[in-house]
Each structure stands twice: as C-alpha cells, then as structure tokens.
Design a protein around this ligand. Structure first.
Ligand code: C5P
Length: 232
C-alpha cells in the first residue's frame, strides 16, 4: 500500500485495485484549522464505527457513497474518488461559526435548513464560498451544484431521522463529495461526531467535537455514547 494523502484525521492509501482506496482513521483531534491538536486514543476507531453505520444507512436509502467495506477497527475500503475542494455544510440549529458570524445565540431552530459551501483550503482557512464563485473557479458546474444541494438536503433528512431515533438533535454537519473515474459524484470522507454537532434532545448535552474544541470533558466518553446509542 502506498500512502497518497495524509490529512488531520485520516490517511489514504492506494491498493493493487486501481479503483479503490483504503482510508485509515487516526486518533488525532484538531480544531481551529489545526491550531489545537491532541492524540486521543480510541477516537479513530469510534469514528470509523460510527461512519460505517451511517454510510450503510445512507446506501440503503439510495445515497451513492464511496463506501465499500470496513476491513478492521481502523481501516475502511472505499471507491477511489477525487475529492472536490468543497466543505458542504447544512445547519438545522444555530451554532459554531454561524452563531459567531451573525452575533446570535446558539440553539435557534431554523424553519428551513441552511445549505452552504466552504472552499476546502487550509492555507486560506476554508473560507465561505458562494455558488457563483465555485462555478467561476471551475470546481463545479451549475448542474452539479443543484445536484449537490438536493442530495445534501436529502442526506440531512435521513441523518435527522437516524439521530432523532437515538434521542440526538442533528444541529449541523459537514460532508465532502468526490468524483469517480466515470465522473459520478459520490458522498465521500466521513460522517461522525468529528463532522456533526449532536446534542441530546432532552438535556442539550454535546456529543461531538465541541467537547474537544471547548474543553467540555471526555471526548471518548461522548463518542462512545453515540456509538452505544446507534448499536441500541
Ligand atoms: O464551525 P462551523 O459551525 O462552521 O461547523 C459547522 C459543522 O461543520 C460542524 O458540525 C463542524 O463539526 C463541521 N465542520 C467540519 N470540518 C470543518 C469545518 C466544519 O467537520 N473543517
């Protein structure tokens, strides 16, 4: 296996199969574009298990993803895609950068979910990107933008339902898409408490990376609780 990419939380390897990659989930946690960083033993394993359950659920509901199989407690086999340099974010409830940008409280429940893009570029700090700019830079076409928005809002409905059943509110989340060799757009990367905000429906307790970002306690205990609820 040849390592072809190393990100903050994952490593990507090529395999002898030219149409597949292997993604290894790391224990590294980062926040604020890498300014805060720690190795938290067990995080990679939990995120892989949670991502696996979610990608299986999405596939069962007709979402096209890069998921092939989970090989062991660290590695996932996926279809080879080229990741689009976009962070696709949906918000159901105000929090995080939204609350900061507009000077509003966290916890405002939106009547309609918001859909936004950021340009995935660490050097620039992942700036917010409007549709026309993504098209102007040739990152996506208008048709692809419309498809991403439709697909992403469908994923939001499925995720809200999935987490709602285990008494968690899906506040917001980030996903990434990639293109396979035939130009098909597939949901890629991960969906885990690293990439979603999840609050308990009754207590609003946080079960996501804000535990780390804001020093709210034991991240592993929080992520384990999410996995335990998923596993019933
Ligand atoms: O920070 P912000 O409020 O914009 O984050 C919105 C959602 O996107 C959160 O669930 C956060 O975990 C996720 N996110 C992410 N990776 C980033 C930025 C945001 O997973 N680089």
């Amino acid at each position: 296996m040849e390592k072809i990419y190393e990100g903050k939380a994952k490593e990507v390897y090529s395999t002898e199969n030219n149409s597949e990659y292997i993604i290894k989930y790391k224990d590294t946690a980062t926040a604020g574009n890498g300014e805060k960083r720690a190795d938290i033993f067990g995080k990679g394993e939990l995120n892989l298990a949670i991502t696996t359950a979610i990608f299986k659920m999405l596939e069962e509901n007709g979402v096209k993803t890069h998921y092939v199989e989970t090989m062991d407690n660290r590695q996932m086999k996926v279809k080879k895609v080229e990741i689009m340099p976009l962070e696709v974010i949906v918000r159901n409830i105000s929090a995080g950068s939204f609350a900061k940008r507009y000077g509003v409280d966290e916890g405002i429940v939106f009547e309609v979910p918001t859909f936004e893009l950021s340009y995935k570029n660490d050097d620039l700090g992942d700036p917010l990107m409007v549709e026309d700019h993504a098209i102007a830079l040739g990152i996506i076409t208008k048709e692809e933008y419309d498809y991403l928005k439709r697909e992403t809002l469908k994923i939001n409905d499925l995720l809200k339902d999935f987490f709602g059943k285990i008494n968690l509110k899906l506040v917001d989340f980030k996903i990434e898409y990639g293109k396979d060799g035939n130009g098909n757009i597939l949901l890629a990367d991960e969906i885990s408490p690293d990439t979603c905000r999840l609050w308990d429906k009754d207590t609003n307790q946080k079960y996501d990376k804000d535990i780390f970002r804001r020093d709210l306690g034991d991240l592993i205990e929080g992520y384990k609780e999410v996995l335990n609820r998923i596993n019933g």
